[in-house]
Structure formats: structure tokens, C-alpha cells
Design a binder for this molecule. Sequence first.
Ligand code: 3PY
Ligand code: MG
Length: 255
Amino acid sequence: HLRFLADRLRAGETVFCGWSALTDPLAAEAMARTGFDAVCLDMQHGFHDVQSLRGGLTGIVAAGASPVLRVPFGGLPEVGRGLDLGFEVVICPMIDSESDAIAFARAAKYPPLGGRSWGPARAMMLTGSSKEAFLQTANRRTLAFAMVETREALGQLDRILAVEGIDGVFVGPSDLSISLAQGTSIGPGVEGLAEAIKMVAQRAAAHGRIAGAFAQTREDALAYAAAGYRFIATGPDLQLLAAAAADLIRSLRNP
Ligand code: 3PY
Ligand code: MG
């Protein structure tokens, strides 16, 4: 593809990212072929592992979309492995404090922003650059998104956003709702969730960072875009498949 997702987001474009839980590379490729700007392979709640990332990334890139990775909880080793494979964006779950954010940035960025370790053989094939050129451009070509999905993270939001090497935040509304409701409830109706979602976009903009969020529904995706979110992920492949199948069988039983 002509431009990296980082360039498009920094230019202020709104990008939509499909979400893949299924490890068959055709699932991610099918989403990438539909016109999504990017597709995220999910190692946290999806079924992806280091093996399935390779084929999934190949399908996404072949379809002209940008490859995005969500690492597992605490998955700092997977941050470097994912970037070495050529993922353009890495999303890290449950970044609750400034020190979590610093550890994530350290894994995702080469010095002076961090301490990423060298070994991007596959990523260099994709960018076609020399070692020197790769090293000089990697920190700005790739994006580190810290997930804000707890009450603690909201409390430290400005400090998380100020960490050099954190390019953006990514709201997980399910976990954030559980945290705000102290485990008594989940979902968009939880008190304080809507305000928190608006506030995160404003604070991100104030720090010159990118606001991203996971949207459960089409309506949420459009509301996030209107609230200033620029990286909007939605539609896990497994759920889309199940929903389309449910519609089809319902319409066949009740023609
Ligand atoms: C959440 O809503 O908690 C998420 O992590 C979305 O992927
Ligand atoms: Mg979550």
C-alpha cells in the first residue's frame, strides 16, 4: 500500500480497522479485501498465536490493508516480535499507569524513545529499506497504542499520554465499563462510561496523540468518530460470521 497507517492517522484521517479472532489467514484477508483500512489480529481474546500471525499478516498486506496487532495481557515480548514481523500498529491491553506505558514504549520503540531490540528481518522485506533507513524511520512509521480500559488508567491518563513513544490510546469499552461499575455491570449503559469515552478523545487531542477505540456496533463506531476518535476498530470476524449466519437461517425458517 502507498502510505503507512501512521502517516494517514497523523494527517487526521479516520481509519476503520477490522478485527480478527480466527487464525485461518483467509479470515483476516477477507476483512482486508472488503475495504477496511486495517485489520487487527487479536492475541488477547482472539485465537492468534505467534505462528498464526505470519499468515494473517501476509493476507492483510496482500489485500492492501495495514496490519495491526493486539498482544496478550502483559505481552511485551510479543510487541517486538509483532513489529519485527511487520505489524504497523501494536495495541497493548490494560496500560493502567505511567510505568506500564513506559515499559510498553520501551518494547515498541528504538532508542532514544525506547529500547526495542534489533531483528526486523521480515519487516525490512516489507518496507524494502536498508538497515539504516529502517532504523531511522521505524519509530514514526509504527504506532504504539496503550489500552485505556480501567478506572486506574483514567486516573493516570495525562501521564500515560505524556510518555514519549506512546502514539495513542485505545479504549476498551467492555473492560472500562466493568471497572467503572466495580464488576457489577458491563456495557454501554454503565454510569460514567459515555463521559469517560468523550474525555479520553479530548485529552488525547490535547497531548497531540491519536485516539482509538473498539466499537461494539456500527452506531458506536460512528459516535466515536464524531467524538474525535480517528482509529476505530470493529466487527470481530467470528461475530460477523455468526451474525450473518443467524440472519440467513432465520430468514430461511421464516421466509
Ligand atoms: C474491551 O472492550 O475491553 C476491549 O478490550 C475491546 O477489544
Ligand atoms: Mg479489554
